[in-house]
Design a protein around this ligand. Structure first.
Ligand code: NAP
Length: 281
């Protein structure tokens, strides 16, 4: 149990809605394991209240906050500076107060990439299909490009949003994404839509799995359920699969390192899975 006293430092996550967030459980678990005097809570902040909330982070003496949907882009204009990666992604999920200045970082793509490389997958020279073109797809695309992906194709419901993603990536990294699936096979297929997430577990963002084989890595950002219909059907084709739990936990661990200026032992990952997500995934 964390003992809260007058020296306890404040952390939290702001989002709208926020009730689904596991960040408090993950961060408080890490603080307890590290023996650090921090407390982390969740705060429901509507878009209209974002500026006031961010100003409050500084004036109330918070060490930092995570920022989640729908604020990851909008928050940037309220910060004093943003690190290079977050600037490139146009997305901030971690805000740290340093010398009374608000500094933005992004650990989502870092977390995703760590969960990917944990499987032994090497992105260099690989063909990628991304399903979805929203806030999560953008940093992941850019990270995969920066790490050497050969091609990226997007399959998304709304063409306009696909084009927005393609244009953004072309402008920031000079890489041309295919705005429709054009290859007959992909090395990596990623679902970045919420389709298949609890309670709608009978839905899949993909109908045709014929292009997926035993050499495809299939990844879903969803972690509840641990095995979505999308992952189940890919597994039936012999594909290797990963869910979104790795991304969720690793992005939190990277944020924790930024907040507390500590280095975490990443063997803590399995402990977090065991103790925080025992009954979920
Ligand atoms: P977002 O910005 O709202 O984008 C959602 C994307 O999914 C859009 O491209 C949207 O298509 C598509 N989509 C939504 N509902 C759909 C439907 N019924 N059928 C087809 N396409 C649909 O959301 P986001 O922030 O990118 O998050 C996407 C997912 O990733 C969520 O499930 C979120 O929980 C998950 N996520 C997980 C982690 C993690 O740590 N594991 C981190 C971030 C996000 P349109 O363009 O047509 O609207």
């Amino acid at each position: 149990m964390i003992n809260i006293d007058s020296k306890t430092k404040l952390l939290g996550v702001i989002g709208y809605p926020i009730e689904h967030s596991y960040s408090p459980q993950i961060h408080n678990y890490i603080s307890e394991k590290m023996g650090l005097n921090y407390i982390y809570t969740s705060m429901k902040v509507s878009p209209a209240d974002l500026k006031a909330a961010i100003d409050g982070v500084k004036s109330l003496g918070f060490t930092g906050v995570n920022v989640t949907v729908p604020h990851k882009t909008e928050v940037i204009k309220h910060l004093d500076s943003v690190d290079d990666a977050a600037l490139e992604y146009g997305s901030v999920n971690t805000v740290k107060v340093k010398n009374k200045k608000l500094i933005g970082y992004s650990t989502d793509a870092l977390g995703y990439f760590k969960s990917l490389t944990d499987t032994g997958f090497d992105i260099k020279g690989k063909d990628v299909l991304i399903i979805g073109a929203g806030g999560a797809a953008r940093p992941i695309c850019i990270k995969l490009i920066n790490k050497g992906a050969k091609s990226i194709s997007v399959k998304n419901r709304t063409k306009e949003n696909t084009i927005r993603l393609c244009d953004y990536v072309q402008k920031t990294c000079g890489f041309k994404i295919n705005d429709t699936p054009i290859l007959s096979r992909y090395d990596l297929v990623i679902n970045t839509t919420p389709v298949g997430m609890y309670p709608n577990t009978e839905a899949s963002p993909l109908d045709d799995f014929s292009f997926i084989d035993k050499d495809t890595l299939v990844s879903d950002l969803i972690y509840n359920p641990g095995e979505t219909l999308f992952l189940k059907r890919a597994k039936n084709r012999g594909a290797k699969i990963i869910n979104g739990l790795g991304m969720l936990i690793y992005q939190a661990m990277y944020s924790y390192e930024i907040f507390t200026d500590t280095k975490l032992d990443f063997s803590l990952y399995n402990e977090i899975v065991e103790n925080v997500f025992k009954e979920t995934v």
